[in-house]
Design a protein around this ligand. Structure first.
Ligand SMILES: Nc1nc2c(ncn2[C@@H]2O[C@H](COP(=O)(O)OP(=O)(O)OP(=O)(O)O)[C@@H](O)[C@H]2O)c(=O)[nH]1
Ligand SMILES: [Mg+2]
Length: 462
């Protein structure tokens, strides 16, 4: 399982930048540096964790490839715990490529995505939740998202989970002792204690998981679906909010045929906007599919914006859609009354009265009215109760969530077994499973497959 060969990668994003960083990690890192680096002083005179000026020279031709700054970092005080070299070169992708080719020729291998972080994990520098936090940090779309990732990187989640796992293992040990010395009255006292401890651990896990929805929103954003009958201005809204002309807008009803998605950042929260085909009875096959997709997307949305056209007023189609939206999602719902520029006060009032039990917002996308109020309404409903993260720790990762759920189920099984009077040693298998599931989160017990899938989500050079 353990690879000890030397790996290398260009760690800066590809393209032309101010500088490029090439990272080498492993037994041969220093040997390679000795061969290709020429400075005023020799490589071996450099102290660890210093940056040194010099040139990269191809030893086979004596050709200078670039002027560089070279960092020498002696293991184990490095990210991977191995000897690490970092070469800061002058950008240009061609130069970076030549250097990395040279490094490979002298004995390194190109790193797989995430392999540096994987080594940090395998060498005990970080645990699995921290490794995953590195990915989240790279990918995080918002400040709140990166804050949650930093918490996780600092090991707050694993600290809690390691503690839970320790308690579970102690429980198993406890039961085994009890079973080995089966004096009846001792067992009864111990049994009660074990039961109480199981309850305590169960509620601790429930506590950790209860903020998951909030964590998910911070990590992945809110998904907001825009629905309404054809021509009310759904695609215009998507374009307006995203500042792009992604969706086609025409005055022909039935313009949008498929789902269109766009990420926008509203007050620091990533919002996935979903524009849908106008919902109406239609015989057009393509449009029918679009309408079906629109209905489906209501099901998975966090928030539904139901748009109506103030100019033409409410008709039975609007009411049908509204009914469907309410039925499918008892979720958050906003009615956006669009095109107020072509409607009079009475008809707008009329619409507001029709939907007097939900939040309504008056808007004209044409005249850019009501957009700010809508944006506020979108974030408010979530920010207030769900997104403001205090100091509390958030579980943002679906993998973690599902493993904690499994562990909670195991613990509940053990509790049920105890309640129905099963002998104590029947509980151990459930408790062991719970410990196993928790261990898979922190990486204390984790399979090669899981690791592969986690680290493959990294970009190269990380
Ligand atoms: N007067 C007025 N016209 C608007 C407003 N918003 C959108 N429109 C116009 O309404 C028409 C339809 O807009 P779209 O955004 O394509 O409507 P849609 O809901 O996506 O329509 P489908 O994709 O067919 O379901 C276009 O001609 C827009 O320019 C508005 O606030 N006022
Ligand atoms: Mg459209």
């Amino acid at each position: 399982m353990f690879e000890t060969d030397t790996i290398a990668a260009i760690s800066t994003p590809s393209g032309t930048g101010g500088i490029g960083i090439i990272r080498i990690s492993g037994d041969k890192a220093f040997e390679i540096a000795r061969k290709i680096f020429e400075g005023k002083r020799s490589f071996d005179s450099f102290r660890s964790h210093t940056i040194n000026y010099g040139k990269i020279v191809d030893p086979s031709t004596n050709e200078t490839i670039d002027e560089v700054l070279l960092s020498r970092m002696d293991g184990p005080n490095t990210f991977t715990r191995e000897d690490v070299i970092e070469i800061n070169c002058h950008g240009g992708i061609a130069v970076q490529k030549r250097i990395i080719e040279l490094v490979v020729r002298e004995g390194a291998r190109i790193a797989e995505p995430g392999e540096f972080t994987k080594r940090a994990f395998l060498n005990g520098r970080i645990d699995l939740t921290q490794a995953e936090a590195v990915i989240d940090l790279i990918n995080s779309k918002t400040e709140a998202g990166s804050r949650a990732a930093v918490d996780q990187l600092e090991g707050k989640l694993s600290e809690k989970l390691k503690e839970v796992r320790k308690r579970l293992i102690e429980l198993i040990a406890h039961i085994e002792v009890t079973v080995d010395y089966p004096e009846h009255d001792i067992e009864e006292i111990t049994g009660q204690k074990i039961y109480e401890e199981l309850n305590a651990i169960g509620s601790k896990l429930n506590n950790i998981i209860k903020n998951f929805d909030k964590g998910r929103i911070i990590r992945e954003g809110i998904s907001v679906v825009i629905v309404g009958r054809p021509n009310v201005g759904k695609s215009s809204l998507l374009n307006e909010l995203s500042g792009k002309n992604k969706a086609i807008v025409t005055d022909i009803p039935g313009t949008t045929r498929d789902i269109i998605e766009e990420y926008v950042n509203i007050e620091g929260i990533p919002v996935k906007l979903i524009d849908t085909a106008g919902i109406r009875q239609t015989e057009d096959v393509v449009e029918k599919i679009g309408v079906e997709k629109a209905r489906k997307s209501i099901e998975s949305a966090d928030l539904v914006i139901m748009m109506v056209d103030a100019g033409s007023g409410i008709n039975s189609e609007d009411l049908e859609i509204m009914k469907a939206a309410r039925e499918i999602c008892n979720r958050k719902l906003i009615v956006l009354i669009n095109k107020i520029d072509v409607a009079d006060e009475t008809s707008i009032k009329n619409i507001e009265n029709t939907f007097d039990d939900v939040r309504t917002i008056r808007a004209s996308i044409k005249e850019e009215k009501g957009i700010e109020e809508l944006e506020r309404a979108i974030t408010e409903s979530f920010v207030r109760d769900e997104i403001k993260t205090g100091s509390e720790m958030l579980v943002t990762n679906v993998r973690h969530k599902s493993l904690i759920d499994k562990a909670i189920n195991n613990i509940n099984d053990a509790r049920t077994a105890f309640e129905s009077g099963m002998p104590l040693d029947c509980l151990t298998i459930d408790i062991k499973n719970a410990a196993e599931h928790i261990g898979q989160i922190t990486g204390e017990s984790v399979s090669e497959d899981v690791m592969k899938s986690i680290f493959s989500r990294f970009c190269l050079g990380k």
